[in-house]
Design a protein around this ligand. Structure first.
Ligand code: C2E
Ligand code: SIN
Ligand code: SIN
Ligand code: FE
Length: 404
């Protein structure tokens, strides 16, 4: 590649990176582009967490051929190492300097850093050339390290990394740092948002933070159904985030009715039904797309396919699809778990009840999707059982959608 080609390529990579919002995909992309750019056989990407580096992704063409793709870096996941100048990536993280090492096994003994041959020994691999580059934000802060392994010469040989590549890889790593920083901010915002809506939803529905699992389950079931209906990843995520608010209107229902251990009188049930319109009133006029979706779900999740539901007795396609999905998830969860007014139904019986509701209570397409997603539904049911309440207490809000 001549310089012009390199610059064009760099620009293309920058654009690709800035449009990727999923942290996992982004990390994979950054490493793949950096390797491609330098003809590196393999590489590892670390992100900085305080005074540690976290191993994020490893790619290696030779090892993935030998061990099967996906097997090369597995053990690296969830591993961290302290940032000290004695390791190569630690040195780069601490100093912000690029290390261009022609032979990992010929580093002078006088150098502050040393090559750790654990990876080589473990995988029966031979690291030769290394290029270790900091991922620096605009303000100079190092938020990660790219370690590229074994530059190829195009004829099957391994050569040192060209020094002239250094500024370009450094620039690529900075672009990556900006994109990663943005993706992580988005991720943090999402977590904060989820945490907030979960707390609100729990306050509204149970007035007791131990019952977080119900709302999580409901929301995960809804997402699983949406996915089985062919929603895009974004669409699934919207449902996942919007559905926890479906019963927010219960905040306007008195404790006496909401927490009543027995059956509701007609009058009490009439009061209870208002949670749909109260919820809609709370969410009405919101601008964020996810809250608009929450609005339609809150209003219409008790409408029924055959028109016998409330508050308006809407039927079939007049009921928003989001609410038709949530209706299945909501009733399935109400049936299969304990409520203050009823014991739980066994899983299989609850599934049967949902199937029987197709075309009456529920949109048949949503029931078909529920059936299609049954394995996933069952694993959510198991993972988020009522007894798992302590494990899933509010600390982490929702299960993380993306690392880190
Ligand atoms: P929820 O407990 O979250 O239940 C949601 C929906 O699941 C119910 O909407 C209903 O369609 C379905 N469902 C729940 N349990 C059963 C059941 O044992 N059999 C059948 N066939 N379906 C069931 P619905 O009926 O409009 O109720 C809305 C909300 O009203 C319920 O939300 C719950 O908070 C409250 N509620 C309903 N019935 C009673 C009751 O007898 N006692 C008390 N204390 N609250 C009730
Ligand atoms: C590794 O174990 O692959 C990383 C070691 C280092 O950066 O020196
Ligand atoms: C999802 O269901 O879309 C993500 C949450 C999870 O897999 O636990
Ligand atoms: Fe409801």
């Amino acid at each position: 590649m001549d310089l012009r080609e390199q610059l064009v390529k760099l620009t293309e990579i920058g654009i690709a990176l800035s449009s990727e919002r999923n942290v996992n995909n982004l990390l994979d992309l950054i490493l793949a582009h950096a390797r491609n750019f330098t003809s590196a056989e393999g590489g590892t990407l670390f992100t900085r967490e305080g005074d540690k580096l976290r191993f994020q992704v490893t790619q290696n063409d030779v090892l993935s051929e030998k061990l099967g793709s996906g097997n090369t870096g597995k053990y690296l996941r969830d591993r961290t190492m302290p940032i000290t100048k004695t390791s190569l990536s630690g040195y780069t993280a601490a100093t912000g300097d690029v290390l261009n090492i022609p032979d990992a096994y010929a580093i002078p003994a006088t150098a502050e850093y040393h090559f750790n041959d654990e990876y080589d020994r473990r995988n029966n691999y031979r690291t030769r050339s290394l290029l270790v580059v900091p991922m620096k934000k605009m303000d100079g802060e190092v938020i990660g390290v790219l370690q590229l392994i074994n530059a190829r010469d195009g004829k099957g040989g391994i050569v040192p990394f060209h020094a002239e590549y250094e500024p370009l890889v450094l620039s690529l790593a900075s672009q990556a740092a900006v994109a990663l920083n943005n993706a992580m901010l988005t991720h943090d915002l999402k977590q904060a948002y989820l945490d907030t809506i979960m707390r609100l939803a729990i306050a509204a529905e149970f007035r007791d933070t131990d019952t977080a699992v119900h709302i999580r389950r409901m929301s995960l079931y809804s997402a699983a159904i949406a996915e089985a209906m062919g929603y895009t990843a974004d669409g699934v995520e919207q449902i996942l985030y919007a559905s926890p608010m479906h019963d927010i209107g219960k905040i306007g229902v008195s404790d006496r009715i909401l927490l009543k251990p027995g059956k509701l009188t007609d009058e009490e049930f009439a009061e209870m039904k208002k949670h749909t319109t109260i919820g809609a009133a709370i969410l009405e006029g919101a601008e964020a797309p996810v809250l608009r979706l929450s609005y339609e779900i809150a209003l219409a999740h008790h409408e029924k396919w055959d028109g016998s539901g409330y508050p308006y007795g809407k039927k079939e396609a007049d009921i928003p699809i989001s609410a038709r999905i949530v209706a299945v998830a909501d009733v399935f969860d109400a049936l299969s778990s304990v409520r203050c007014y009823k014991p739980p139904m066994p899983f299989d019986k609850a599934v049967q009840a949902i199937r029987e509701g197709a075309g009456k209570h529920f949109d048949p397409a949503c029931v078909a999707a529920f059936d299609k997603a049954l394995t996933r539904i069952q694993s959510i049911y198991r993972e988020y059982s009522d007894e798992s309440g302590a494990k899933h207490k509010l600390t982490g809000a929702m299960p993380a959608l993306t690392r880190p």
